[in-house]
Design a binder for this molecule. Structure first.
Ligand SMILES: Cc1ncc(COP(=O)(O)O)c(C=O)c1O
Length: 368
């Protein structure tokens, strides 16, 4: 079983969708796939009733849209950096020529509303803020309400959020949290094979982006979003992944992926139940770590519901990972500078609590 921080396990039903006969991407069947995707994506991004924000699918990995999202913003960017992926976004902003200010936050911590408000006041005004919601490298999840509060007085500043390892594992409440642009791959808590990315943009983002010269074709989010609204893709898309995404979103929304006792739930209730399953798996993993006198790398208050990054302490992380792999259970090592010092368990997507128990018992055996 694949318990790395993504890609994660994919259900057989999803693999079946991938083996459907090929169709044309300008066909009526393709339009149907796009139409089936929309309601589930709106639930995944937690759009408010009557929201004017728009969802879309991008035919590339999430990193491409980290770059693309910046095409719609002005030059002044504040990048919150608290791990490897938020650093990647900052580096991309610099590479594409933005005037970037970095708000450096110690790895394992999440930015606070006060820190963000101070940076906005002292170094602003900014056209955009980049933030990674769930830092896959550290297992820290940034609470968004304080971020939204810090931006209250900064009406023209766009909030761009990478929700790669958060979507479908935790509520996003896109509109309530004042997000302007969110992007995610599908290989984490959405539990699909990698290859496409999903995105959501606010009316404010679209209005600002449309007024700018966007010197790109493939990566232009406005082209992708407007195409999606018109039920068209700018170029030939990864058609099998559209079928898989439509099926997965419908299965999540109908409660089909929930634990047996909760299968009656549907719509937003089914999504909430999925988030609660992730929270229980996080709590269980933390208890398991404590039973071996191990601590989470991030502060407990910001521990990720989808990825537990655990300090290896006196344990040999490489030996644990190798011992588990011999028993066909795969967990992840520490990322970048945290290699050796931490290991990571991705308890996300369609993994079950029973599966997690088996993994943790096997880990007990290996450690024993
Ligand atoms: C938080 C986060 N952002 C961005 C990425 C990059 O995603 P991709 O490899 O799909 O481009 C990852 C991948 O692990 C991630 O975890």
């Amino acid at each position: 079983m694949l318990w790395i921080p993504g890609p994660t396990e994919v259900r057989p039903e999803i693999f079946e969708e991938l083996t459907r006969p090929m169709i044309g991407h300008r066909s009526a069947e393709m339009v149907q796939f796009i139409e089936r995707i929309d309601p589930g994506l709106r639930l995944a991004f937690g759009l408010a009733e009557g929201s004017t924000s728009l969802v879309a699918v991008g035919n590339h990995s999430a990193t491409a849209m980290m770059e693309g999202s910046l095409l719609g913003t002005g030059p002044r960017v504040l990048s919150v950096v608290c791990g490897a992926f938020s650093k990647r976004w900052r580096d991309i902003a610099q590479l594409v020529g933005k005037d970037v200010t970095t708000l450096e936050v110690e790895w394992g911590r999440a930015v606070t509303g006060e820190e963000l408000a101070r940076a906005l006041d002292e170094h602003g005004p900014f056209d955009a803020v980049t933030l990674v919601l769930n830092e896959t490298s550290t297992g820290a999840f940034t609470p968004l309400a304080p971020v939204a509060a810090a931006l209250r007085e900064h009406d023209d500043t766009l909030l761009l959020v990478d929700v790669v390892s958060a979507i479908a594992g935790a509520p996003l409440d896109f509109d309530t949290n004042r997000i302007d642009f969110a992007l995610a791959g599908v290989q984490k808590a959405l539990a699909l094979p990698p290859g496409i990315c999903v995105l959501c943009a606010s009316e404010r983002y679209m209005n600002q982006a449309k007024g700018r010269e966007r010197r790109a074709w493939y990566l232009d989010p406005v082209r992708t979003i407007e195409g999606h609204v018109a039920r068209k893709t700018p170029a030939t898309p990864c058609i099998p992944l559209y079928a898989a995404l439509a099926r997965q979103l419908e299965d999540i929304s109908s409660g089909a992926t929930l634990p047996t006792g909760e299968r009656g739930k549907s719509g937003a209730d089914a999504w909430t139940a999925r988030f609660e399953k992730h929270a229980r798996m996080q709590a269980r993993t933390k208890r398991w770590a404590a039973s071996h006198a191990l601590e989470l790398f991030p502060d407990d208050a910001v521990a990720s519901p989808t990825i537990s990054c655990i300090r290896a302490g006196s344990i040999d992380a490489a030996a644990l990972i190798a011992g588990l792999a011999e028993r066909d259970e795969r967990i992840g090592g520490g990322y970048g500078p945290l290699k050796g010092e931490t290991f990571r368990i991705g308890h996300m997507g369609d993994h079950t609590e029973e599966g997690l128990e088996r993994l943790l018992t096997t880990a007990d055996d290996v450690l024993g």
